[in-house]
Design a protein around this ligand. Sequence first.
Ligand code: NAD
Length: 243
Amino acid sequence: MSDLTGKIVLITAAAQGIGRASVEAFRKAGCTVIATDINAEKLEELDGVPDVTTRVLNVLSAEAVAAAVAAIGRIDILFNCAGVVHSGSVLEMSDNDLDFAWDLNLKAQIRTIQAVLPQMLERRDGAIVNMATVASSVKGVPNRAAYSISKAAVIGLTKSIAADFTTQGIRVNAICPGTVDSPSLHERWHATGDFEAAKKAFIARQPIGRIARPEEVADLAVYLAGATYTTGQIHVIDGGWTA
Ligand code: NAD
């Protein structure tokens, strides 16, 4: 493990869920954290937290991403956390669903990487962590067509970057969680019309007997940022779902 003290980490979707937990985890690891999200109000909850700077950033905009990276300057670690879940099989998936999933789950990661990678290459040092999910090329999950297609592509992206840039000091890894307790998960449970039944069903598919805490996934992100001999890999953290 490399010492992350003094490293500058850019986190997308940092206002809630796994991104928010990661702000705390990277901070505790000694990093300076640039916490970004589209939700300005939620980001404000991080105001005054030591070693954390907040910045509103919509990762759907290449211009906004490029401007943010230029303004921030040095970025040692990039944690691409932004993503959205669409429900439905391939038959229910509209073009818009797929386009949006592709844009936010995959292309946003490409945008940040294209903006940050050149400076990492100049220093021959950089760590990238991309958020995928087991509901991708790892495991077929019902009613997750647009989500799985776009997140499987994140795994391809991760591997292609490792193939191209490992020899130049860049490490890149993908995280594949199972189900993680987060505000958007609660929204999905509510949307089913029976919150408790949906919660029970989600817990039942995790052999470990519970869903993950965001902090557990955040710890993995920190580990991968400092794991000096690990690159191009997918890291499953799913309570035994795919065991
Ligand atoms: P969440 O879905 O509750 O929160 C997502 C955050 O993303 C919000 O703060 C939102 O404002 C932000 N966001 C949305 N659009 C944005 C944009 N255009 N630009 C910048 N920020 C934007 O958080 P979560 O459930 O912890 O999910 C985080 C990541 O983890 C996602 O990529 C998700 O696919 C992945 N993931 C989550 C689970 C889970 O069960 N929660 C499982 C596997 C993978």
